[in-house]
Every structure is written in C-alpha cells, then in structure tokens.
Design a protein around this ligand. Structure first.
Ligand code: ADP
Ligand code: MG
Length: 260
C-alpha cells in the first residue's frame, strides 16, 4: 500500500525508506548509535529483551537521529519502548549527568519545570502502563517520570512532582491540558524537546482533538525551541493525517508502516 500523503508527494518521497540502511535489530546494538550503556542495560538486563520488534527497529534509529516519526503499527508490537528509547536518550544527551542516579554527595535535583518530554495517551490505563515501562527504562539513571491522569488526586500528583521533579510527563489529554493551562499548578514545559502522541487514532475517536489543540498552545513555540514529535497510530484515517500535518516537521520526518 502507498503511504498516506501527510504533505506533498515530494516530501514523502524524500524521507528515507525505512528498512534500508542504518537500522539495527538488537537492543545491544543501540550502543553503536550512542545510546547510553545504562539505558541499554535497563533493556537487555532489566527488562530482559534482546531483539527489537519490527516497529522498534524501524523507528528507533531515525528517531535517535532527530527525525519526527509517523508510525502505523498494530497493538502489541512494542511501540512504547520504541518511543521511550529515543525520548530517554535525547534527555541524557542534553544533560549527560542524568545518565547516573544522583547520590548523596550531590547531583542536581529535578524540578517540576524540567519537563523535556510529554507523552500523550488516550486512556488512564495506557498512560499508567507507559509510565511503568518508562520507570523501568530509567532505573539506574537520574531521570524522573510522572504520570498525570484523570480520576486520581491531582493534588497528590502535583505534590509528588514538586518533591521529585519531572523530566518525562505521561498523561491523558484532559489532565495534561488541565495542568498545563493552570499557571498555579507548577507544571510547565519551557524546555520541552520531545512530544509523543500515542494511539493517535484512539485519541481522536474519543474526541480529544480540542484538548490536543489546546495543549499545543502551552508548549514552547517550535520556532524558538525546535521539538521532535513522535506519532503512533494503529490506523491512519484522514483525521490522523490532519493531526500529523499540524504536529510533524514536514522537512524531516519518517513514515513507518509495519505489517507484523
Ligand atoms: P503497543 O504499544 O504497540 O500496543 P506495547 O508497547 O504495549 O505495545 O508492548 C506490548 C508488550 O510487548 C509489552 O508487554 C512489552 O513489554 C513487550 N515488549 C516490548 N518490546 C519487546 C521486545 N523487543 N521483545 C519482547 N517483548 C517486548
Ligand atoms: Mg501502546
């Protein structure tokens, strides 16, 4: 099948063809792409995974190179780890001391406005699963993950974030919009470098388009602070193409479609 046209036919044609050069299939080989050994070890030893799934192999390399991603892959294909690896590595590349757990002799304490990545997921359950997988991945590093979902105590989440800080914020569109729009929440992302839209088709099905649009307004202007966007969806209907047009850098993106 020909890929959906996110932009002009030329822009689509200009992107590298996934499956060609530069792709790796084993997590251990992430080291050769500059991924920090503590992150590689969390996957190969902590999680116990050796081989990447297809969507992981096809998206992790281009995402590590800084490309935006639009990926279509079925449920259960390992998309979560696929976007978490580039998210985590990028933060460590920007602040190498975060690759190591802070010890009692020092180490910078995270703040609630240290947020470098926001991951948006359609449901509370999915957001919590992503948060759990992210915490496994950053175990042994100084990165802090917080989860913001509806139906839980907002005050507790804000207290925890103020105490611990936050580099990666995972949440549902409603709660994220609520926190980012409230200047008194302390949740602010002036240094955001990566945005992940997970299960984009489901988010639109549930009617979160307005929240997604609003969240954009609270993020740093892309002209001032370039950001990378990783978009994942099981299906790519017209409204997801529209979402991709809004979020994705048309001059630097990769479209990945997997069969398995
Ligand atoms: P998706 O988001 O595509 O629906 P998930 O990211 O939730 O899929 O992954 C599905 C399951 O597969 C999870 O339990 C996850 O821990 C596991 N998994 C992810 N990557 C791998 C891998 N490379 N090898 C084996 N299991 C994996
Ligand atoms: Mg998923």
């Amino acid at each position: 099948a020909s890929p959906p046209r996110f932009y002009s036919a030329e822009a689509t044609a200009q992107t590298d063809n996934a499956g060609s050069d530069g792709l790796i299939t084993r997590f251990a080989d992430l080291a050769s792409l500059g991924v920090h050994e503590n992150v590689v070890r969390a996957i190969t030893r902590g999680m116990g995974y050796e081989n990447m799934t297809e969507v992981q192999s096809m998206t992790i390399s281009p995402a590590l190179k800084g490309k935006d991603i639009v990926a279509q892959a079925k449920t259960g294909t390992g998309k979560t780890l696929g976007f978490l690896v580039p998210v985590v590595q990028k933060i460590i590349a920007q602040e190498p001391e975060l690759a190591y757990a802070p010890n009692r002799f020092g180490g910078k304490r995270a703040r609630s406005d240290d947020i470098r990545a926001i991951i948006i997921s359609p449901t509370r359950e999915l957001a919590e699963q992503i948060g759990e997988e992210a915490r496994k991945l950053v175990r042994g590093t100084g990165l802090i993950v917080q989860t913001a979902v509806g139906g839980t105590q907002k005050r507790e989440m804000l207290y925890r974030t103020r105490q611990q800080g936050c580099h990666i914020l995972v949440g549902t569109p409603g709660r994220l919009n609520d926190l980012l729009s409230d200047s008194g929440s302390g949740i602010d992302a002036p240094r955001l470098s990566t945005l992940v839209l997970d299960e984009a088709d489901r988010m639109l099905e549930v009617g979160f388009d307005e929240e997604l649009r609003q969240i954009l307004q609270f993020l740093p202007d892309r002209k001032v602070l370039p950001r990378q966007t990783l978009l994942y969806s099981a299906t790519i209907p017209k409204d997801v193409v529209g979402l991709a047009r809004t979020y994705i850098d048309k001059n630097n993106f990769e479209f990945v479609q997997t069969v398995k």
